[in-house]
Design a binder for this molecule. Structure first.
Ligand code: NAP
Length: 251
């Protein structure tokens, strides 16, 4: 029987590469996005996954920082693919780059609601489905996108680092709570990866950033999709934080 996976923030960047990986691994893929401007991107991605991997897809616009939108996303998934949700990839994320004096309450609440609360909402809504059809021989997976910012501090990113550390705590606690029930929970903590999140940075700054990475270059979305593929197929891996980061942070 086909497996079903939901990915939040699947329209572009790391999420797009991970959505393709899910298709490659034989999952029917539910692609979530938030902005009207990403509708066409998401629809095109869904069509590409369908054609390339012969699986089914569903595109759902939802602002996952809101519980009601997460409910609608999960309901749309169950309506189309049934109650057996096999994988949840929590990936949606945003960042501010602002010092802690000038930042507004609205800005940091937005980061926490998008990056952390959405992961709480989605796991809370999806796990009841997973517990009903998982066991040691049929595993379900939750994969949470954290960041090296969750492993170490980053200047002017206090809200972002708080959200990304929180994701690691959530991952470990849920991994323990659901261990032995066929549900594995892991996190990926990417280092610097070339996506829209970094496209605002000019070439000179990018070169300076690359010099801070032991491997000497900024990573590609395929590095993160590869980590996802590993986690989904590694049946003894749970509660872990995999960090493809070019040696930037060593745990
Ligand atoms: P990106 O290119 O800016 O893509 C962000 C994705 O999140 C988009 O699909 C966006 O949807 C979605 N999104 C944002 N807010 C949302 C919301 N409220 N509801 C639903 N979807 C929402 O960023 P990225 O670099 O691929 O980042 C993906 C994840 O990796 C994030 O969690 C980020 O923190 C993490 N990360 C990235 C890096 C990096 O260097 N790039 C490093 C470490 C961790 P729309 O297209 O509709 O806006």
């Amino acid at each position: 029987m086909a497996k079903t996976a939901i990915i939040t923030g699947g329209s572009r960047g790391i999420g797009e590469a991970m959505a393709l990986k899910l298709g490659e691994l034989g999952y029917n893929v539910v692609i979530n996005y938030r902005s009207e401007s990403s509708k066409a991107l998401s629809d095109n991605l869904a069509a590409k996954i369908k054609e390339q991997y012969k699986v089914d897809t569903l595109v759902v616009r939802a602002d996952v920082s809101k519980y009601e939108d997460c409910e609608a996303l999960v309901k749309a998934t169950v309506d189309k693919f049934g109650e057996n949700i096999d994988a949840l990839v929590n990936n949606a994320g945003i960042t501010n780059n602002c010092n802690w004096i000038d930042i507004t309450r609205e800005q940091y609440e937005n980061v926490i609601n998008t990056n952390l609360m959405s992961f709480l909402h989605m796991t809370h809504l999806v796990l009841p489905y997973m517990v009903n059809h998982s066991d040691r021989h049929h595993q379900c997976c939750i994969v949470n996108t954290s960041s090296v910012g969750g492993l170490t501090g980053v200047i002017n990113q206090a809200d972002y680092c708080a959200s990304k550390s929180g994701i690691i705590g959530l991952t470990r606690a849920l991994a323990l709570e659901f261990a032995g029930r066929g549900i594995r929970v892991n996190a990926i903590a990417p280092g610097m990866i070339m996506t829209d999140m970094l496209r605002g940075v000019n070439q000179e700054e990018l070169n300076a950033l690359a010099e801070t990475i032991p491997e000497g270059f900024i990573g590609d979305v395929s590095d993160i999709a590869g980590a996802l593929g590993y986690i989904l197929t590694a049946s003894y891996v749970t509660g872990q934080v995999i960090s493809p980061n070019g040696g930037f942070v060593m745990q």
